[in-house]
Ligand binder design. Structure first.
Ligand SMILES: Nc1ncnc2c1ncn2[C@@H]1O[C@H](COP(=O)(O)OP(=O)(O)O)[C@@H](O)[C@H]1O
Ligand SMILES: [Mg+2]
Length: 286
């Protein structure tokens, strides 16, 4: 079991210059093993800065990040090792593919870990399976493939390191609805099968409401809300006041409550909206 924790984490860009910016402001968070966490918030709220601390790509201005109780920035060895335990998939990761074949791109991370050829092969095959990449593509150049396929290859390259925590920054950005849904299904299946922690940065409230165990709302570099989807979306006005979206089902339930059709109660998925509607014996005319 592994636990990732931020203690009083703070990050200031360009400190001491006119461009100084507090991007993360004293965040305390614990990510227990196996949780699927949705991280949401406005552009510029500090999500990407926060997650880059979780595998030591950024060093805190103050505060600490602990993995199983140990400071990941303790020395250069802990910083190197954490990158194998906490895998980070950047936004638009397909721009970072550079090998001449799909196989080599997925194998790059495990190769860097010093694993032998058979172990690398096993991991590449497994990671391709999780991300829905056909073996027939292994010898093709990633450059010949579609945007969606390239993104799956980039994600497979991180999964192939078998991290215990997988962090994805806006993994469905720019994909069509079918491609997004399929990729999220793959990610959910990966979590279910491996028991990995997954932290998903997303703008799509419907997606996080549907798949996350827990939602953390970041605002101005702070944790604004933290709870189950039902807890977070039980107070949709609080999110709307921050200019954030709510899931479509929550927005419809808010309107129906305004008209006196629905009683109070948290609604964040289509299924919950249907259940709330079908529990009404009589719908008053509005
Ligand atoms: N490399 C950087 N140098 C200076 N400021 C930055 C840098 N990266 C991000 N910022 C600023 O830090 C804040 C948080 O950014 P970011 O973590 O990218 O937020 P998000 O991922 O939620 O959009 C923003 O105001 C952004 O402009
Ligand atoms: Mg970002």
């Amino acid at each position: 079991m592994s636990e990732l924790r931020c203690e009083q984490l703070r990050h200031v860009y360009s400190a001491g210059t006119p461009f100084e910016k507090v991007a993360v402001d004293c965040i305390d968070l614990t990510f227990p093993q196996g949780q699927l966490v949705g991280l949401i918030g406005h552009t510029g709220s500090g999500k990407s800065t926060l997650i880059q601390h979780l595998n030591a790509l950024l060093t805190p201005t103050s505060g600490r990040v602990l993995y199983d109780g140990r400071d990941i920035n303790e020395n250069k060895f802990t910083r190197r090792d954490i990158r194998h335990e906490v895998g980070l998939v950047f936004q638009y990761p397909e721009y970072q593919l550079f090998e001449e074949t799909v196989y080599k791109d997925i194998a790059f991370g495990p190769g860097n870990m010093g694993l032998d050829k058979n172990e690398i092969d096993e991991r590449v095959t497994e990671a391709a399976g999780f991300t829905g990449i056909d073996r027939e593509l292994f010898e093709r150049s990633p450059l010949e493939l579609s945007g969606g396929q390239k993104r799956r290859i980039a994600i497979a390259g991180v999964i192939a390191m078998r991290p215990s925590v997988l962090i994805l920054d806006e993994p469905t950005a720019g994909l069509d609805p079918a491609g997004s849904r399929q990729l999220l299904e793959n990610i959910c299946a990966y979590r279910a099968e491996t028991g990995s922690t997954v932290i998903l940065v997303s703008h799509n409230m419907d997606d996080v409401a549907r798949i996350a165990d827990r939602i953390i709302v970041i605002s101005g570099g702070n944790v604004f809300m933290d709870g189950t989807p039902a807890e977070v979306f039980a107070d949709p006005e609080k999110l709307v006041s921050q200019g954030l979206d709510v899931p479509k089902a929550t927005a419809i339930a808010m309107k129906l409550r305004e008209y006196g059709v629905l009683p109070e109660g948290s609604v964040c998925t289509h299924e919950q909206l249907l259940a709330a509607l079908s529990s009404l014996r009589e719908v008053p005319a509005c």
